[in-house]
Design a protein. Structure first.
Length: 615
């Protein structure tokens, strides 16, 4: 919850979501005499998945045999609704007897036979009903619902993202929300909250509608302790466009094109086809069947969940694509011809908003302990450096945790080297000269760090142990005062990141001695490495990783690791890290665990050798 909301609103009912479900709920609540407020992360009726609804499945409910046959097929092959047979029976009756007649009264043209029966695809007893010549019928329906909401004067917050549900005395009592356009936090007090929304990811790099059916709403309700009933959720698509990641939920639609049996085909990395809907002729919405087949390809190494497999329509005549597929025309504007090209696909990414909570104190141990004691649900993660993970448990008494056991390592994300830099008036200009000078002047040379137990402190002690020199450690409260005293000559040398040091080196305020890395810096190639200077063991810097609370389910850890790997493979991310003189790593959870154990052992041995105690 925001510490100081900009606005407080009171109402009877809050409806979250601007799709069909949200609009209907708001209209019904108002009809029941209640004060209603709608909150929509995009625009009412113009974002989300409802506008993409092109057809509805229907069975001829007057034929009991056809009804039962349809229900059996739907339960076995139809999408992945968590629905029972009674639900399917009732929804078919409602669709035929109430929904379609209501839409026709509003002006939506739906084909019927001369006897008044609805025309279904293939003219079968059970199939799809289409609204021809009007594009997606969902667009038409949502415009009608949008008009109804506005005409009835229902208060509406658009481009506003709900962030949490509020509770009071064990009951849901409202929501917190963020107005994206105005930058305002809003608290809404309400007697009831209706969650009719997909993921609240308006600020994400990839957006979606309700294909994941209440994924974020479900999470918010669960965190608030609400009792969950009648949950409906669908699988992710297996055919989202893998790149560029900034595209909004584009996917190669897997279902047959209207009035044809032509479908998209999926291919593994070996370009061998592994799925098309014709493999399951009774399946109308083959999303989970796609995933089932993709799973086998991932197991065989022919794909991974975030890419490495492909979709396209090279087997379909161009005129059919032009006539029946909106995708062919749309993708052509992006210089993609899915009649000729196979497009790399992937299962949609996490799409979760991320709140960064900087917990200062204890050299990072406060933040680490917060995650150690958090619920292992995958929603609270630790982004930490090796100082908190491998040094603090050795030298900081407050760090009473074992990262390899009390946390679940996900991935070592990146690694950036430190530089050994010195005051310009300090006589030595090379690492060997520094060692020789320190040996000649024992106890007279000072080196600085950002504080006890930091990377710079431990690297300074490591240099002393390796080179057998006697220099004095001066601890500062942060990097800024250490840099000031290095420039002023109060300390003779220190260890800084290239981002902090290079500008000062170029300005002549400090000088470079060595880069503590196996290779020279790309943009500062004249600075020798510690190995070239004769001390190959003096390698170090700052490594960052992501961890979860211990006992977080392994499938969550693996899913997060895949997301990290995909992100680090992005050219944009690589370029951003390069500007920070940092390399992407993306190690596996097991490799990260081994890194923590090995590095902690190294620092523990050094601390024991020099008599350093945890304080």
């Amino acid at each position: 919850m925001p510490p100081s909301p900009n606005r407080l609103v009171e109402t009877d009912v809050v409806v979250i979501g601007g799709g069909s479900a949200g609009a209907h709920a708001a209209l019904q609540a108002q009809a029941d005499g209640l004060r209603v407020l709608m909150i929509v992360k995009g625009f009412l009726g113009r974002s989300g998945a409802s506008i993409f609804a092109g057809n509805l499945q229907l069975t001829e409910t007057r034929d009991p045999e056809a009804t039962e046959r349809f229900i059996q097929i739907r339960c076995r092959y139809g999408s992945s609704y968590l629905s029972d047979q009674d639900y399917l029976r009732r929804v078919s009756q409602f669709t035929e007897r109430t929904f379609f007649p209501d839409m026709e009264k509003r002006g939506l043209y739906i084909r019927r036979h001369d006897d008044g029966q609805l025309v279904t695809s293939g003219d079968r007893k059970a199939g799809n009903v289409w609204a021809p010549n009007q594009g997606f019928s969902g667009t038409f329906i949502m415009e009608l619902l949008r008009k109804d909401v506005l005409v009835r004067g229902i208060p509406l917050l658009q481009e506003t993202m709900v962030t949490s549900l509020l509770t009071h005395e064990g009951r849901i009592a409202g929501v917190t929300a963020y107005d994206i356009v105005r930058g305002e936090w809003i608290v809404v007090r309400a007697k009831a909250v209706i969650v009719a929304t997909g993921p609240s990811n308006y600020l994400s790099t990839r957006a979606t509608g309700t294909r994941e059916q209440c994924a974020n709403g479900l999470a918010m309700a669960w965190r608030a302790g609400a009792e969950l009933q009648d949950i409906e959720m669908q699988w992710f698509h297996a055919s989202d466009i893998a790149a560029p990641r900034s595209w909004m939920r584009l996917h190669i639609y897997p279902n047959p094109m209207p009035n044809t049996d032509k479908t998209v085909r999926l291919y593994g990395s070996d370009r061998e086809m592994f799925f098309h809907q014709g493999m399951y002729p009774k399946a109308k919405q083959p999303y989970y069947l796609q995933l089932r087949n993709l799973y086998h390809q991932v197991r065989r190494g022919n794909a991974n969940w975030t890419g490495g497999y492909y979709g396209g329509c090279p087997h379909i005549e161009p005129e059919i694509m032009q006539r029946y597929s909106y995708q062919a025309q749309f993708f052509r504007q992006l210089d993609i011809d899915i009649n000729e090209q196979l497009v790399e696909l992937g299962v949609a990414n996490l799409r979760q908003p991320i709140v960064i909570d900087n917990r200062a104190g204890g050299g990072g141990t406060v933040g680490a302990l917060t995650v150690v004691h958090a619920d292992p649900d995958g929603y609270t993660l630790l982004f930490a450096s090796d100082a908190e993970l491998t040094i603090a448990p050795v030298v900081n008494a407050a760090a009473n945790y074992n990262p390899a056991k009390d946390l679940a390592p996900i991935s070592l994300v990146s690694s950036g080297p430190f530089m050994l830099v010195a005051n310009p008036k300090f006589p030595p200009n090379t690492l060997q000269e520094l060692i020789a000078y320190a040996k000649t002047n024992p106890g007279k040379v000072n080196y600085g760090s950002f504080g006890p137990g930091t990377n710079g402190h431990m690297l300074g002690e490591q240099l002393k142990a390796i080179a057998h020199i006697d220099t004095i450690h001066v601890a500062y409260k942060g990097s800024a005062p250490a840099m000031v005293d290095l420039i002023g000559g109060e300390i003779q040398y220190a260890f800084f990141s290239p981002m902090a040091a290079l500008d000062m080196v170029k300005a002549g305020k400090i000088k470079s001695i060595a880069v503590l890395a196996p290779e020279r810096l790309v943009n500062a190639g004249t600075i020798p490495t510690s190995a070239e200077a004769g001390l190959p063991a003096l390698v170090g810097g700052t490594r960052f990783g992501i961890l979860a609370p211990a006992k977080t389910p392994r499938y969550v850890i693996d899913r997060m690791h895949e997301a990290v790997k995909t992100t680090l493979a992005s050219p944009e991310v690589k370029a951003s890290l390069a500007q920070l003189y940092t390399l992407p790593i993306g190690s596996s959870p097991d490799e990260f665990t081994k890194f923590i154990t090995t590095e902690t052992g190294k620092w523990r041995k050094l601390a024991a050798d020099i008599g350093m105690r945890a304080e």
